[in-house]
Ligand binder design. Structure first.
Ligand code: SF4
Length: 193
């Protein structure tokens, strides 16, 4: 079965590999100038190392997203890491119980900056159908989230869409953002120093 058309990586010439667009800048005969943030963003967004934190059914959708049909590797994110210290994208998929909240937070804290968080599925985003005493009503109660993917479960296309939104954020982020006051305020609001 062919991949969904919108995710096929083919240019008009029919070549199988496409070169990413260069960052904004000025070019001429034999030269190109741009911002350092643009170059760093370009490298970061195309070499994301995801850390899958899958606790239930949405994790199965993630398995499909990694498998050959959808193949997250096409986005430069083939290398899943299972040590938080090596990864820069925390993908949270599944129902997170209140007991699991501190564990999730610990994993987040062990990741080095810059780090991003993708919340996949209704459970991770809001507790989903489990409006109960034992389920965390959204992981953004314990860690900051960059992109939310709705659905119960979201299809792999939706996970890829969320992933590409993360890539947009990563590509556009200034290299100074993590040292800025606003980001420090965000961390402080979560009790993170
Ligand atoms: S959002 Fe739905 S599919 Fe995903 S973990 Fe929750 S109940 Fe399962």
């Amino acid at each position: 079965m062919a991949r969904p058309v919108q995710y096929n990586i083919k240019n008009e010439g029919g070549k199988a590999i496409q070169v990413v667009d260069s960052p904004e800048g000025f070019g001429g005969e034999g030269f190109f100038t741009t911002k350092l943030s643009g170059v760093v963003g370009l490298a970061r967004k195309n070499s994301i190392w995801p850390l899958p934190f899958a606790t239930s059914c949405c994790g199965i959708e993630f398995m499909a997203t990694m498998a050959s049909h959808y193949d997250l590797a096409r986005f430069g994110a083939e290398r899943l890491g299972f040590s938080p210290r090596q990864c820069d994208l925390l993908m949270v998929m599944g129902t997170i119980s209140k007991k699991m909240g501190p564990v999730l937070r610990q994993v987040y804290l062990q990741m080095a900056e810059p780090r991003w968080v993708l919340s996949v599925g209704a459970c991770a985003c809001s507790g989903g159908i489990f409006d109960t005493y034992s389920v965390l009503q959204g992981i953004d109660q314990v860690i900051p989230v960059d992109v939310y993917v709705p659905g119960c479960p979201p299809r792999p296309e939706a996970i890829l869409d969320g992933f590409m939104k993360i890539q947009d954020l990563v590509g556009k982020e200034s290299i100074r953002r993590r040292n800025g006051e606003k980001y420090q305020e965000l961390l402080t609001s979560y009790g993170i120093q």
